[in-house]
Design a binder for this molecule. Structure first.
Ligand SMILES: NC(=O)c1ccc[n+]([C@@H]2O[C@H](COP(=O)([O-])OP(=O)(O)OC[C@H]3O[C@@H](n4cnc5c(N)ncnc54)[C@H](O)[C@@H]3O)[C@@H](O)[C@H]2O)c1
Length: 338
């Protein structure tokens, strides 16, 4: 049985990946410092997995602690999720973002090298495409960063490329996620943003459940069919399966790769609002306000590289994403809070 370390293991995407990996027969070890997650996630995982999750609380920037853990518990590959992820916050706290996201990655790679592990999957993001010039976005599209968070993803990818150049023994997979949404079908785990949600679907979910009065739609004068921004929403369970496929490939064959993980289909803000209203049976009041600086009109993936290389494609549609998000939100109106 192959052994996988998940950093940022209690987070939104990692917790769903944990389940997908166990279902696929991998052994999983998780680490997290709960900077943006709750220890209660581990109780829910125990319930869903029918076993106690193997977990250590630590900060991945603490290379010595991570190194000691990997010496004690060797792994075959690492999925590095641990990072701060709020774009707006990154513009206000650039040093915290560069420190945590870049030092965390470097420290993880150092601990891996000391333990003789050289396969890593990195959580990258569609944000590395900046303002895309052509759609759908292919992996060879130009990249740029418009904020410190995006810069940490671009530099993170570069660090991994350089590592592979310096030592062909390293195998790296950069997965560029589009817009992860939805939740596990059980309704027991899901996205639990702290404070005001930065992303659309969690905000809509909180309006639907009555935690927030109305949604603000940032601009309806974009060059899109209904004037609102278009994004490639991908079910978090599909995304989790993408990690399983990437790990299988890394473990089976030499080489490194960078792929988009998206559905290839864009939906507008208003389409998402309508789909959520239907899934929840609740009205979603909204108002149109000014565009938000830095937002692009449309962004969706060409997912064909992941299909060709990994045999992976997203399976869940928008109705399912909304239904699963709503089940989680309705059953856990305050997220993981007691
Ligand atoms: N959710 C998205 O929209 C999205 C899109 C593209 C890329 N990503 C990337 O995917 C990854 C996971 O995102 P998510 O949405 O699950 O976020 P999340 O905040 O739910 O999960 C990240 C986890 O990492 C942990 N963490 C942060 N710094 C740490 C450190 N120094 N040591 C140990 N643990 C640490 C947090 O406590 C959290 O549990 C991140 O790298 C993020 O940048 C997310």
């Amino acid at each position: 049985m192959k052994r996988i370390l998940l950093t940022g293991a209690a987070g939104y995407i990692a917790s769903h990946t944990w389940i997908a990996l166990r279902e696929a027969g991998f052994a999983v070890l998780g680490v997290d410092n709960f900077a943006n997650s709750s220890p209660r996630v581990l109780d829910r995982l125990a319930e869903l997995l029918g076993e106690a999750p193997r977990f250590a609380q630590l900060d991945v920037c603490d290379s010595a602690a991570l190194s000691a853990l990997l010496q004690r518990e060797p792994v075959d590959a690492v999925v590095h999720f641990a990072a701060y992820k709020a774009v707006g916050e990154s513009t206000q706290q650039p040093l915290a973002y560069y420190r945590n996201n870049l030092l965390g990655l470097i420290s993880t790679c150092e601990a891996m090298r000391a333990a003789g592990c050289s396969r890593i999957v990195f959580s990258s993001s569609a944000t590395v495409y900046g303002a895309p010039e052509t759609l759908p976005i292919r992996e060879d599209s130009p990249t740029s960063s418009t904020n410190p968070y995006g810069a940490t993803k671009l530099i993170g990818e570069q660090i991994l490329r350089d590592l592979g150049q310096a030592d062909a023994g390293w195998q790296t997979a950069c997965l560029r996620y589009f817009n992860p949404v939805g939740a596990h079908a059980s309704g027991r785990i899901g996205e639990d943003p702290r404070g005001v949600p930065n992303n659309l679907m969690p905000y809509v979910a909180q309006v639907a459940v009555g935690r927030r009065e109305r949604l603000q739609v940032f601009g309806n004068d974009y060059d899109t069919p209904d004037g609102t921004g278009v994004r490639d929403y991908i079910h978090v369970v599909d995304l989790a399966e993408g990690h399983v496929a990437a790990l299988r490939r890394l473990l089976a064959e030499p080489g490194s790769f960078t792929v988009n993980l998206g559905t290839g289909r864009g939906y507008s803000v208003l389409e998402l609002v309508r789909a959520y209203a239907e899934a929840s049976g609740r009205e979603i009041p909204y108002e149109i306000v000014a565009r938000r600086p830095g937002d692009v009109a449309a962004c969706y993936a060409d997912p064909s590289a992941a299909a060709a290389l990994l045999g992976w494609r997203a399976r869940h549609d928008l109705a399912r994403m909304c239904a699963d998000s709503w089940r989680w939100q309705q059953q856990n109106p305050q997220g993981f809070a007691p």
